[in-house]
Unconditional design. Structure first.
Length: 356
């Protein structure tokens, strides 16, 4: 790796620390000098980082507040930031429709993995309902203009869209990877809370979401098991729970048999950002496997941190074995036909089923 590349990587690693800490003064102090004429490679690296982590709006706002709105870096970020702002408006419109449809129908729900302090906007809104009211929820959504984009028989996670809105609603009856649960749905309902969400337009909406530890655990499991990728907003939300609710997070991880997923996440974050793992000492027996540190050490040093699929497999197989759900892996193979993203752990499951 060249010296210039090493410098760019160091800048991005420090940027990650600043974003996660929420220290906007340090963010402006970091970006200000970079907004001046500099190596084009630095600008390109920052733009790629912002795009891949969905934080262009945060960086752009910091530059504007620092009086650098006309810089080359700010101009590049402005385009990406507008995409975030536009999608935030679309997401908020969708949430109003979604919450109205479900609450008017008396359907219990919880929105998860959708809100974060950095304001990152994902391509979908995840909402869970109980399995027994799935078809009622489907009817309510269709009556409010939602159109299914998946087979409605795929009840564990079915996509819906509204005409003119690019954001997808994923209606879940379980938090699953190809139908195999990686967090029990009832755990989410036990930890749901009513919260006021302020939309991008300044209006607010009362919505059921998850409390901080449950939201953090879902993000850990989703990042490690389903996506094998840890983004900046995941780090920010999980470390918030670690700081304020570490005991509850650990107990949730134990109850959901997600100790290896939590340690994989924290080992990677610790190695890159210097987070303190001592509060997880009661999970330390997992480190004896060796594989946990080994697989994370081969991933990239700048978010999104890519984890080898072997790490995902270790975490998932531990959970299904301890939960007595190994037979569900056969169901996952049958559900491969539903996968919209072919780069998925399901391909590993197919190859490794014979070894179970």
């Amino acid at each position: 790796m060249s010296l210039a590349a090493c410098c760019r990587r160091s800048v991005l690693r420090y940027l990650t620390r600043v974003l996660v800490s929420g220290d906007l003064d340090n963010l402006r102090g970091l970006l200000g000098p970079l907004a001046k004429p500099c190596d084009r490679g630095v600008v390109d690296s920052l733009l790629q980082y912002a795009r891949r982590n969905g934080v262009a709006h945060v960086l752009y706002r910091a530059l504007v507040e620092d009086g650098a709105a006309c810089s080359e870096l700010a101009r590049g970020l402005a385009t990406e930031a507008e995409v975030v702002y536009r999608n935030a408006r679309y997401r908020d419109e969708l949430l109003h429709l979604l919450v109205g449809a479900l609450e008017d129908g008396g359907i219990d729900y919880a929105v998860f993995k959708t809100f974060n302090e950095l304001g990152v906007v994902d391509v979908d809104v995840d909402v869970i309902v109980r399995r027994e009211v799935y078809w009622d929820a489907v009817k309510r959504l269709i009556s409010r203009g939602f159109k299914p984009i998946d087979d409605l028989g795929k009840t564990y996670a079915t996509g819906f869209m509204v005409r003119g809105n690019p954001i997808v609603v994923d209606l879940h009856t379980g938090v699953t990877v190809l139908g195999v649960p990686y967090v029990d749905s009832e755990t989410l309902f036990k930890h749901r809370v009513r919260a006021r969400y302020r939309s991008s337009s300044g209006n607010s909406i009362s919505i059921y979401t998850l409390n901080t530890p449950a939201e953090a655990l879902v993000r850990v499991a989703h990042a490690v098991i389903k996506e094998a990728e840890i983004k900046v907003d995941d780090i920010s939300e999980v470390l918030k729970a670690v700081e304020n609710h570490s005991g509850e997070l650990v107990e949730l991880a134990k109850g959901e048999e997600l100790e290896p997923a939590l340690l994989l996440f924290m080992e990677k974050v610790s190695s890159e950002l210097g987070s303190d793992l001592r509060r997880f000492k009661n999970l330390s027996s997992w480190r004896a496997l060796g594989i946990l540190r080994g697989v994370t050490s081969r991933s990239e040093g700048v978010p999104p941190y890519r984890l080898p699929r072997l790490a995902s497999l270790v975490a998932l197989l531990h959970r299904v074995r301890r939960k007595g759900e190994t037979g569900l892996l056969l169901k996952a193979v049958g559900n491969l036909r539903y996968r919209r993203n072919v780069a998925h752990i399901g391909s590993l499951l197919v190859r490794r089923l014979a070894g179970l």
